[in-house]
Write a protein that binds this ligand. Structure first.
Ligand SMILES: *Cc1c(COP(=O)(O)O)cnc(C)c1O
Length: 360
């Protein structure tokens, strides 16, 4: 059976090499006589899997020693609550609202403390990143929060906000490992892995050690305290073992490919193939401000809903799947994550050109 070109926003495409290796190791992981799904999370063999995954992520992102790497569950959405519970010391945090995920995080934080929306791009359907060079950051703010790449709208922070000395917390679910990141610019980075790394069910948090507190209020659930997870090396309870194993394989795949500098070059190449075509097309156009365009998620439209629907149908029939845009934007969206080969984007653009010729 032929594999499709999968442009899903998430869960999304994984490297074929990784899937094949996982298939090979399914019944007998490296002579253990068991699948990774079946083995104890306290076993020696699993301990190596999780430790190697952490080490490879640290190598790839050059994570400094004073940052902890935590493997968590509950999806990125659970972090919308965990972040304020762990980081609001003064009970105040500033949120930059650049899309639905940032807005949800803000709404969740408001349940817990004083969350302030210091900037927003909701006035234009989140089609741009607001100017964040001089925001009214609260003197008592415990952190400034961003969603680094807006999966639904296709915008990204090419320049980080001026936080006026406050720590920055970033949701990087949809662009983690797409390019090098200077980890020390952040107090905390977290991501649900199902967009650009692995299967749904794993969240990874990278957090500066001094922000992991052991004096949280009594009522904070044990499982939601970063301290619990940090002290137990992410093995306080059963972690999402198999998902972490797949993430580990993806980290090795990235290292073999040449690391994040190399990945960035490939991602820039893919994105420019698609954006250049959108900019030259008379039928298709991108929906966001050019300066804020994402490398990973590319929403685009035609001027007609009927034509959009026709395009999505014909593209699907031709093996380019999951191109339907988010319902709040309409049209199409191509998510071109790390695992999407250059060839997939070239073929998509060739298909779009042909569609334009046939329908204009
Ligand atoms: C998909 C996504 C989420 C939500 O992830 P869940 O794991 O489903 O909770 C949050 N933030 C961003 C940026 C996303 O792309």
């Amino acid at each position: 059976m032929a594999r499709v070109y999968n442009f899903s926003a998430g869960p999304s495409i994984l490297p074929e090499e990784v899937l094949k290796q996982a298939a090979d190791e399914m019944l007998d992981y490296q002579g253990s006589g068991q699948s990774v799904m079946e083995m104890s999370h306290r076993s020696k063999v699993y301990d190596k899997i999780i430790k190697d995954a952490e080490k490879d992520l640290r190598d790839l992102m050059q994570i400094p020693d004073n940052y902890k790497v935590l493997f968590l569950q509950g999806g990125a959405s659970q972090q919308f609550a965990a972040v304020p519970m762990n980081l609001m010391v003064n009970g105040v945090a500033d949120y930059i609202i650049t899309g639905q995920w940032a807005k949800k995080a803000y709404q969740e934080a408001k349940k817990y403390g004083k969350a302030v929306a210091v900037a927003s791009s909701e006035d234009k359907t989140f089609s741009y990143i607001p100017d964040c060079s001089d925001l009214p950051i609260d003197e008592d703010a415990d952190y400034v929060y961003i969603c680094h790449n807006n999966t639904i709208y296709g915008t990204t922070f090419h320049e980080l906000p001026n936080t006026k000395g406050k720590i920055l917390v970033a949701d990087m679910s949809s662009d983690i490992l797409s390019q090098p990141v200077n980890v020390t610019d952040y107090g905390m980075i977290y991501f649900g892995v199902q967009k650009n790394v692995g299967p749904a069910g794993v969240v990874i948090a990278i957090i500066r050690e001094d922000l992991i507190r052991d004096d949280l209020p009594e009522y904070v659930p044990t499982m939601l305290k970063y301290k619990t997870q940090a002290d137990a090396d992410s093995l306080y309870n059963t972690p999402p073992c198999y998902g972490i194993y797949i993430c580990g394989l993806v980290f090795k795949w990235l290292k073999k490919l040449g690391g994040l500098e190399e990945m960035k070059k490939i991602n820039e190449k893919k994105a420019s193939i698609l954006y250049d075509f959108l900019d030259s097309s008379k039928m298709f156009r991108g929906t966001v401000e050019k300066k804020d365009r994402s490398l990973m998620n590319v929403p685009f439209v035609t001027d007609s809903d009927d034509l959009n629907a026709k395009f999505i149908k014909e593209a699907t029939d031709a093996g380019f799947v999951n191109l339907k845009g988010h319902r709040s934007v309409g049209g199409m969206r191509a998510s071109i994550y790390n695992a999407m080969p250059v060839e997939g984007v070239e073929k998509l653009v060739a298909f779009m050109k042909k569609f334009e010729e046939e329908n204009s």
